[in-house]
Design a binder for this molecule. Structure first.
Ligand code: OGA
Ligand code: MN
Length: 280
């Protein structure tokens, strides 16, 4: 399998394969490429929702997806959809995040398949949390190793956020009180497949820290956001029809741009269950 790197820090692209016909060896190769490059673009796929689910299952069992009603086509598929008439409504994934990091065992991989794209815009930005970690000075690494992130969906999916999500006529996002649940994860984790060290932070769901002095927490979290989303750690994907993008949710953040008001954008998402983060 020939993978072409997309930046100096993250992202690779594979052309000329059909994920439906990969044998076990090919699948293992693909999985290793996702872990190594953190985002893998596989071009030219034509998967039905059922075929996408079958492919995802080969990476691992489906993850639990709270708050988001699945597609009528398949209970394990989320239709990431903004209709043309939704205009400037807040888009799904429209803030820097790592998928469902508030869960005790957050997803390992997310698979997103481009179905219907606007004529321009709707790119997805990714950022490497291994590159963000590697760039830190030794003293700061030592401090961060002792901290934990307080993950919660409360500022995304608690009932007061319902109106924000109801602007998407083609998605059914149902906020509820369970969004207030809190999970502690190490701020610095070890990737279970590559052994690399990862700064496991995202502003959407990490809403507090355990470890730093109280009067430094806010500033540190704001700094972590700015640092981890710096352009030098990132790759911005411009979608083409048929793209299947697989990202490692344990070592990246991502952000869906919302610059295509008046046009329709539909992608199909499947999400693979992950493990409890291992502290570094
Ligand atoms: C997601 C997500 C990004 C996009 O599906 O988890 O954040 O570009 N989507 O639609
Ligand atoms: Mn997402």
């Amino acid at each position: 399998m020939e993978a072409v790197r997309l930046t100096g820090v993250m992202g690779a692209r594979v052309d000329g394969i059909d994920v439906r016909t990969l044998d076990d060896e090919g699948l293992a190769e693909l999985r290793a490429l996702v872990c190594e490059h953190e985002v893998l673009v596989v071009s030219g796929q034509a998967l039905t929702p059922y075929e996408q689910v079958e492919f995802s299952h080969r990476l691992g069992p489906a993850a639990d997806s709270p708050f988001i009603e699945p597609s009528a086509d398949h209970p394990e598929v989320i239709r990431v959809l903004k209709e043309a008439k939704d205009g400037n409504a807040f888009n799904f994934g429209g803030a820097w995040h790592s998928d469902f990091s508030f869960q005790p065992s957050p997803p390992s991989f997310t698979v997103l398949h481009a179905i219907d794209l606007p004529p321009w815009g709707g790119d997805t930005c990714f950022s490497s949390m291994t590159a963000a970690w590697d760039a830190l000075p030794a003293q700061q690494k030592e401090d961060l190793l002792a901290y934990r992130g307080v993950h919660t969906a409360r500022d995304a999916y608690s009932p007061r956020m319902q109106a924000v999500h109801s602007g998407l006529s083609g998605m059914n996002i149902v906020c509820d009180e369970s969004a207030h649940d809190v999970t502690l994860h190490p701020l610095v984790r070890v990737h279970p497949e590559t052994g690399r060290t990862v700064l496991f932070y995202n502003r959407a769901y990490v809403r507090d820290l355990v470890g730093p002095p109280d009067d430094e927490k806010k500033r540190l979290m704001e700094w972590l956001h700015l640092h981890t989303t710096d352009a030098r750690f990132g790759y911005r994907h411009r979608w083409s029809p048929g793209d299947l993008v697989i990202w490692d949710n344990r070592s990246t953040q991502h952000y869906a741009l919302n610059d295509y008001a008046g046009f329709r954008r539909e992608l199909h998402r499947t999400t693979v269950a992950g493990e409890t983060p291992i502290p570094a």
